[in-house]
Design a protein around this ligand. Structure first.
Ligand code: DAH
Length: 339
């Protein structure tokens, strides 16, 4: 009788085990047969009550059954582990995929486009020049001869004796005037390089936009008007602009141009060191020596030029306090500028 029961139990266990497709189900079956109150355990517990003649035989059969069950359970556990948990039926190919993250233009590219658009409305076209330059375009033609102390202001990466990474976009003034006759009205955005130690305000690679206008009767008044319009369009219509006398080798007279602080509107704050003003660019009337370098008639023509740092403009406009954020590739920063 007991032998029959053992056979039944094994057959049943085998069937159920084949269906158990996860570890929990196998564990439930283990408890059902081998647990403290399990089916097989019950049989073991009943052995002492059997007639002595049956005890060894039943004991032996029960042990064999137990070994078989344990083997079954072990195998079932292994199988459940190998099986993927989700059943194939739960895969729905009609559900739309996760959308790939969309990129957007870099905040500096955006700023270059914004500035370029403003100058385009005033008749300027966009010119470009190489980043690896000749000494002539970065210095000599711009009235900065080899031993001139102002070369130090434009600290430079040299590739060889006369080849360098341009330290300013003023190079494009010369390239443009060499190829064209007046009138000239261009802006030139681009990358520049200086061996500066990087910190919150300095980067060895940065961007500038140069401007140049040459024609008969171009005056300092024209320069003031155009830069005022630019500042109003770029920052705010109430922004004020002031010119401070300065020196650049390629302009005479030269000026540094400030605008009222876009953060505090001139009241004074930590951004403008409580002065109410912020420097935004350098500018001036084209030095006659520069006209000589490119063969323009300095008696007939006058012109103005200006140059500004793009990072600085973007930092002021978007209240960014560390220039390195533009370049370290951290999308947590960049993704805030899907402008
Ligand atoms: N190139 C100058 C610099 O890198 C900026 C500058 C000043 C450009 C005056 C100009 C200018 O065209 O007229 O600091």
């Amino acid at each position: 009788m007991v032998q029959e029961r053992l056979k039944e139990l094994l057959a049943e266990a085998e069937k159920l085990m084949a269906k158990a497709d996860n570890k929990d189900a196998v564990e439930r079956l283990r408890v059902k047969y081998l647990g403290r109150k399990g089916e097989l355990t019950k049989i073991f517990k009943s052995i002492p009550d059997l007639p002595d003649s049956q005890k060894p035989l039943v004991g032996k059969s029960a042990n064999i059954a137990k070994n078989k069950l344990e083997k079954l359970i072990k195998e079932a556990f292994q199988q459940a582990e190998e099986k993927p948990q989700a059943s194939p039926a739960s895969f729905d190919p009609t559900i739309p995929g996760a959308p790939p993250p969309l990129g957007h233009i870099h905040p500096l590219t955006h700023t270059i486009e914004e500035v370029s658009d403003i100058f385009r409305t005033m008749g300027f076209t966009v010119a470009e020049g190489p980043e690896v330059e000749k000494d002539w375009y970065n210095f000599e033609a711009l009235n900065i001869p080899p031993d001139h102390p102002s070369r130090d202001d434009f600290d430079t990466f040299y590739v060889s004796d006369h080849i360098l990474l341009r330290s300013q976009t003023s190079t494009v003034q010369i390239r443009t005037m060499e190829k064209n006759e007046p009138p000239v009205r261009i802006i030139a955005p681009g990358r520049c390089f200086r061996p500066d130690t990087e910190d919150a305000r300095h980067s060895a690679m940065f961007h500038q936009i140069e401007g140049l206008m040459v024609d008969e009767n171009v005056s300092f008044g024209d320069l003031k008007a155009i830069l005022h319009i630019f500042a109003r369009e770029f920052f705010h219509e109430d922004v004020e602009v002031r010119f401070r006398p300065s020196f650049f080798p390629f302009t005479e007279p030269s000026a540094e141009v400030d605008c009222t602080c876009p953060v505090c509107s001139g009241d004074g704050c930590s951004t403008c060191s409580y002065s109410g003003w912020l420097e935004i660019l350098g500018a001036g009337m084209v030095d006659p020596n520069v006209f000589d370098s490119v063969g323009f008639d300095k008696e007939k023509y006058t012109g103005f030029a200006f140059g500004m740092g793009i990072e600085r403009l973007a930092m002021l406009k978007y209240r960014i306090n560390d220039i390195r954020l533009f370049f370290n590739g951290d999308t947590r920063f960049l993704s805030q500028f899907s402008l």
